[in-house]
Write a protein that binds this ligand. Structure first.
Ligand SMILES: NC(=O)c1ccc[n+]([C@@H]2O[C@H](COP(=O)([O-])OP(=O)(O)OC[C@H]3O[C@@H](n4cnc5c(N)ncnc54)[C@H](OP(=O)(O)O)[C@@H]3O)[C@@H](O)[C@H]2O)c1
Length: 263
């Protein structure tokens, strides 16, 4: 029985890049996202270029416990084990917290935090002898962010959680790396935001291919955290050292201007 690389959010910009980089390395893939059609066409596209790997897909809405359980049933019925778990799925609602609907508060927590942690737990129970875990958090998790508060908090949760897990599992042949990208050129609205940030955006942003390739290398070295790009590494240290009130004021001024939802 072959072992697999699990990729959530495979139908999005960063997940797709991880799927391609993993296929290039000859990894068998288990890809997921909500859209069966998009998963099917990604599988067909990858198989054309990498005919020697096995690709399985399962459409699952990660906010839905039953849908996650159905995916785990499928995994068990097919005797699938994981040598790599790549948690990419996430949603980025950006607005003042009091402008959220109650549904959107839960939606963001469920996709970014609940689904990532519960799936990691379930998939680690179905792991191969040696396993790598990569989770896409964000630079937004490095500090509290007014007007991006809940996204930032869910991503901070992932940083703390996977950093602890790295330590807990290091004697069990499980490598755990949490990745904290700045901007990544994926959806058109994100590309526009990066461009609107001018020099800052140019210095911070990376391509999805860069993030995927470097993250797959970082986990091999068992890095606890990986921050793509020199500017973002520098920013991370500045944010840790600068007085909190100044950081909060600076972030609030920039992020107050942006308001967008996720679906
Ligand atoms: N782009 C950036 O600038 C940036 C920077 C730092 C961190 N990140 C993080 O990187 C990850 C991917 O970002 P991206 O830019 O590639 O975004 P994207 O293109 O919007 O992709 C998001 C992925 O998450 C999946 N997803 C969303 N809600 C889901 C749900 N309820 N159930 C199952 N899957 C769901 C989407 O699948 P379907 O829509 O097909 O269901 C899609 O595959 C996110 O966690 C994001 O927070 C992004």
């Amino acid at each position: 029985m072959s072992d697999y690389t699990f990729i959530s959010g495979a139908t999005g910009g960063i997940g797709r890049a991880f799927s391609i980089s993993s296929a290039k390395r000859g990894y068998n893939l288990f890809i997921t996202g909500r859209s069966e059609d998009r998963l099917k066409s990604l599988k067909e596209e990858l198989i054309r270029s990498y005919p020697d790997i096995i690709i399985q897909y399962f459409a699952s809405d990660l906010t839905d416990e039953k849908s996650r359980a159905d995916m785990l049933d499928y995994i068990d019925k097919n005797g699938i084990k994981f040598e790599r778990i790549i948690n990419v799925a996430g949603v980025d609602i950006q607005k003042a917290f009091m402008e959220y609907t109650p549904e959107k508060v839960l939606f963001q927590i469920r996709v970014n935090a609940e689904a990532t942690v519960t799936l990691t737990h379930a998939l680690l129970k179905r792991r191969s002898e040696q396993t790598e875990v990569i989770t896409i958090s964000s630079m937004s998790g490095a500090t509290p962010m007014p007007y991006f508060a809940l996204y930032s908090a869910t991503k901070a949760m992932l940083i703390n959680f996977f950093t602890s897990l790295h330590y807990e599992l290091k004697k069990e042949k499980v490598k755990v790396t949490v990745v904290m990208p700045g901007g990544v050129f994926t959806r058109p609205d994100i590309i526009k935001e990066i461009k609107d940030q001018k020099l800052w955006g140019r210095l911070s942003a990376k391509t999805p291919e860069f993030v995927a390739e470097k993250s797959l290398k970082a986990v091999k070295k068992n890095k606890i955290k990986y921050i793509p790009g020199f500017f973002n590494k520098f920013l991370y240290f500045v944010m840790k050292l600068a007085p909190e009130r100044i950081v909060l004021r600076f972030i609030a001024k920039r992020w107050k201007k942006i308001s967008k939802d996720a679906f």
